[in-house]
Design a binder for this molecule. Structure first.
Ligand code: NAD
Length: 344
């Protein structure tokens, strides 16, 4: 089955990562014809890498050999570029966050429906190994039914780049990293949301949020804490999950951490009191060795080798998209709601 002819719109950080990593890993399925960017210096960088340059967006749309475009431009431009691409008969893959809000997304989806062209969003972190491990634990219950999930990303570098600082470009961390973490948790738990609370952080003095903490209670009683921070010089684990029969901690993207299951040997689990600070505690004493066993993390496995492999099969074999637009819309609706809560 032939490779899909793509052009990348926006050859910045992520556009070049698509060009030289994600698409090249799927060379048999994705054929990169060239790139278009509004900046000459990006064209120069792309030329130096041997890529063909399109002088305008119109030139991309007019090229009949182009089947699909990948949009990797700042967030406020996604809607217009997507709609124009779809109307010109191209399939469109759009970077996250798909748009600034649900109203914009609905406009895009209406055009996708009208034209019959495919529109998909690059929610790539559904393939992160750490997430796939958590998903396996959630589905296969190695530490029992999971009832609490904490998902965090924390850095100390503030908000990177230029447009990410500006509300008019869709800057801020909820739309940047938040969309990944919320996409993961909603895709994982698959239960309606009962209650949500959010607290944004503005410690860097920008008009956009530089982080947030959000608590979600799902109707199936699973509770999730989602946190993004950009002024954390030392970090908490990437994931901390509690099941009725154990606890898991994944420290970082390298899958370091611990997975502990209770053995159920209750007769030996009665803890001995320990000195804690200047006090004494039995409650917070570590369980006895017999009361717990350490497990290894399950092998991270995804249904599709890669995002682009799924894109190829969606376009060539009518396969189900792994990232469905209804799911993307749900995440964006939650983001809209979190911004509304903050205003209140
Ligand atoms: P960037 O600033 O590094 O690159 C954006 C590029 O788009 C720039 O080269 C800019 O000149 C160009 N551009 C701006 N407007 C344009 C237009 N109308 N037409 C053509 N080119 C235009 O930004 P980035 O970090 O690469 O982010 C781009 C998008 O990718 C954002 O939506 C961001 O959220 C997303 N992103 C996704 C991931 C992920 O893991 N999925 C990671 C990083 C960024």
């Amino acid at each position: 089955m032939s490779a899909i002819n793509f052009v990348i719109i926006g050859y910045g950080g992520m556009g070049s990562y698509h060009a030289h990593t994600l698409m090249t890993e799927e060379k048999e399925k994705i054929n990169l014809l060239g790139v278009y960017d509004v900046l000459d210096k990006r064209h120069q960088a792309a030329s130096e890498k041997g890529l063909k340059i399109y002088e305008s967006f119109e030139a991309v749309l007019a090229d009949e050999t182009v089947e699909a475009i990948l949009i990797a431009t700042p967030n406020d431009s996604h809607k217009e570029l997507s709609i124009r691409g779809l109307q010109a008969g191209k399939h469109v893959i759009c970077e996250k966050p798909v748009a600034m809000n649900v109203a914009e997304l609905d406009e895009i989806l209406a055009v996708a429906k009208e034209t019959g062209n495919t529109f998909m969003v690059h929610q790539n972190r559904r393939w992160d190994p750490d997430f796939l491990v958590v998903r396996d634990l959630y589905q296969n219950k190695q530490i029992g039914e999971i009832f609490q999930i904490e998902s965090r990303v924390q850095g100390a570098n503030g908000i990177p780049g230029d447009w990410r600082h500006l509300p008019e470009h869709g800057g801020g961390m909820l739309l940047d990293w938040g969309v990944h973490l919320l996409d993961q948790i909603l895709w994982l738990v698959k239960s309606p949301i009962k209650k949500v609370v959010v607290d944004f952080s503005y410690v860097l003095g920008d008009k956009v949020d530089d982080g947030f903490i959000c608590y979600i209670t799902f109707e199936n009683e699973v509770k999730a804490l989602i946190e993004v921070g950009t002024s954390n010089y030392t970090t908490l684990p990437r994931w901390y999950i509690k099941g009725y029969e154990g606890t898991g901690r994944i420290d970082d993207w390298d899958l370091s951490g611990k997975l502990i299951r209770a053995t159920g040997a209750e007769d030996v689990s009665a803890p001995k009191p320990i000195q804690a600070g200047v006090g004494l505690t039995k409650t917070m004493a570590p369980p006895s060795e017999e009361a717990m066993e350490e497990l290894t993390f399950p092998e991270p496995t995804a249904e599709y080798d890669s995002y682009y492999s799924n894109v190829h099969d969606v376009l060539r074999k009518n396969a189900e998209p792994i990232v469905k637009n209804s799911e993307v819309r749900e995440v964006l609706a939650l983001i809209d709601h979190l911004f509304e809560l903050a205003e209140q």
